[in-house]
Ligand binder design. Sequence first.
Ligand code: SAM
Length: 245
Amino acid sequence: MKHEMVFGLHAVEALLNRAPERIKELWLLKGREDERLQGVADLAAGFGVRPQLCARKVLDEKAGSSQHQGVVVRCVAEPTKGEHELDALLDGLETPFLLVLDGVTDPHNLGACLRSADAAGVHGVIVPKDRSVGMTGVVRKVAVGAAESVPLFQVTNLARTLRHLQERGVWLVGAAGEATHTLYDSKLVGPVAITMGAEGKGLRRLTREVCDELIAIPMAGAVSSLNVSVATGICLFEAVRQRRG
Ligand SMILES: C[S@@+](CC[C@H](N)C(=O)[O-])C[C@H]1O[C@@H](n2cnc3c(N)ncnc32)[C@H](O)[C@@H]1O
């Protein structure tokens, strides 16, 4: 059975609340009087998980990062979701609202996108299996619990998956700074997948070609593009605005 490390207060709390049975070990920072850490210890105890206290250096090693906020968990890894699970999700949705990330490689950006996706009520996030970051401890930490609430689908061939979404009636909107019409001219009320490009290269040619529509976020200043997670938040919340009521 594959195991993974989850760290950070929100990520561990979300795991305890959603899937405590996956947790095998839980370590807390020794010698710190902290209400949040005590809260995690109490929550864990309620699920029969006994926290082990250890020094910061040991936690750093277990997490492979110093950004653990005093709590690290070893848990059974969740099986990766792919095309089949995505189809099952679509079967149960009347008006899918999806986010596609075409090759985002920075775990901080994926974590931030998942966080925004959760806040916007996105049903699922789709990423290609290759040349793209998958679920990691840093992603979970940055996502502050959203990695546990928003399903992430890793697909073998993104262009094929996008065409499949189209066949199922999903409108594909690609975000590209050079597009000639803007996000605010776009209709985002029906079944929609908002597709964002990679940090360096943006949307790949094939992805661009498959999209039904390309939109730009108007830029008033000197810089030519936004960070992908910022652009994601802007696009998702324009869709939220349009989809209200
Ligand atoms: C850092 S940008 C990539 C910049 C890249 N040089 C390019 O040419 O697309 C990462 C992604 O964020 C989105 N993005 C950033 N700024 C945008 C804007 N002004 N309008 C639309 N999308 C934007 C796009 O999806 C883009 O592919």
